[in-house]
Design a protein around this ligand. Sequence first.
Ligand SMILES: Nc1ncnc2c1ncn2[C@@H]1O[C@H](COP(=O)(O)OP(=O)(O)O)[C@@H](O)[C@H]1O
Ligand SMILES: [Mg+2]
Length: 358
Amino acid sequence: MAEIKSNAASVEFKNVTKIYGKSKVPAVNDISLFIEAGKLVTLLGPSGCGKTTTLRMIAGLELATAGQILIGGADVTRLPATDRDVSMVFQSYALFPHMTVRENVEYGLKFSGFDKKDTVDKAKAGLELVGLAGFGDRLPSELSGGQQQRVAVARALVLEPQVLLFDEPLSNLDAKLRRHVREEIREIQQKLGLTVVYVTHDQEEALAVSDRIIVMNNAVIAQDGTPRDLYDAPSNAFVADFIGEANIFDCEVSDVKKDVAMVEIGAISLKLPARGHRPGKAKLAVRPSRIDIRKAGAARTVPGTLEKVTYVGSHLEFIVDTEFGTVFAVSPDVDAPFEPGQAVGVGFAERGPVLITG
Ligand SMILES: Nc1ncnc2c1ncn2[C@@H]1O[C@H](COP(=O)(O)OP(=O)(O)O)[C@@H](O)[C@H]1O
Ligand SMILES: [Mg+2]
C-alpha cells in the first residue's frame, strides 16, 4: 500500500516586494520571513493586507517585483509555478465537477509522472487520510462543502509537495464545520510533518491551528511569533487589537535599566520588560481579563467609575470611566458585588500590561 510522504521544506523571503502592474502602492512591501520545514505557519491580517499575494508568490503564481524567495534553501524567485514543488488549496475547492472524487485526486498524480498503480494507491491513501475512503465514486456535487474541501486537501496532499498552501480554506463552510475541518487539517499536518502556509483573516482560527503566526498589516509584517507571544506580548497597537481585545493606555517610561523599564501610569509604578523602549512617553496594552476591578482607593489602582456591568453567563463585563479613558474588563467572578455608578479602583494583574509601540 502506497503511503503519503512528506517532502517538507523551509520557505524563506528576503526583502520581497510585489507591485502589481501600474499600481503605485506595493501589495507586499519589503517583507522577510522564514518558515521552518514541518511547521504550520499562518499569515493573518485584514482583507487587502497582502496575504494572498504572499501565498501566490510562494506558489509561483505571482512573481516578486524585488527580493528573493527560497524553498528548501534553493532560490526559486524566477521559477514558474509548474517548476515549483508546491500545492495550493483554495477557498473555492476548485474541484473538476464532471470527475469523480477519485478522478479528482488522481488527476494531478497522473501528470506528475506516477505510474498507474502508484496513482491509484496514492489517491486511495489520500482519501483515507481525509476520512473519505468510501467516497471515491461520487461526484463533487454529491458531497457536502466540508467533504469537498477534504477532497481538495487530499488532491493537494497526494502530490507530496515541499510546501502546502491554504488560502482561507474554511471561508465557505459554516461555523461548526469550520472548527472540525481546521482540526483535521492541523492533525494531518502534524501527522505527516508537512510544511503548511495557511492564510486567514480570522484570529481565532489562526490561534487554534498555528505553530507560528505572521500578522500582516498594510503590506508589511506587523509581528511574527507563536500564538502565545502574540496574545501575551503584542508588540504594537495593531496586533494588540487584532488578536483578541486590548485596552491601550498612555503611560510614561521613567527609567530603563538593562531590559527592565519603570513605567508610570497615574499613581501606579510598574516594572516591565522594556522591549526596546527608552524613557519618555509610551503606550501599554492590557487584555480585559488582566484588569482587576477592585474597591475604590485600593492600593496600586487608578480611580474610576463603573459605567456598565453586564452578566454574560460565564463572566462579568465591566466598562469603567477613568482619567486614562474608557477601560473594558472581564471577570470570571460573576458574583462580584459591583453596581453601575459605583466608584472603583482599576488595577493590573501580574504579567498583564505590556509596553507597545503606537
Ligand atoms: N491581480 C491583482 N492586480 C492588482 N492588484 C491586486 C491584485 N491582486 C491583489 N491586488 C491588490 O493587492 C493588495 C493585496 O491583496 P491580497 O494579497 O489579495 O490581500 P489579502 O489576501 O490579504 O486580502 C490589495 O490592495 C489588492 O487590491
Ligand atoms: Mg486573500
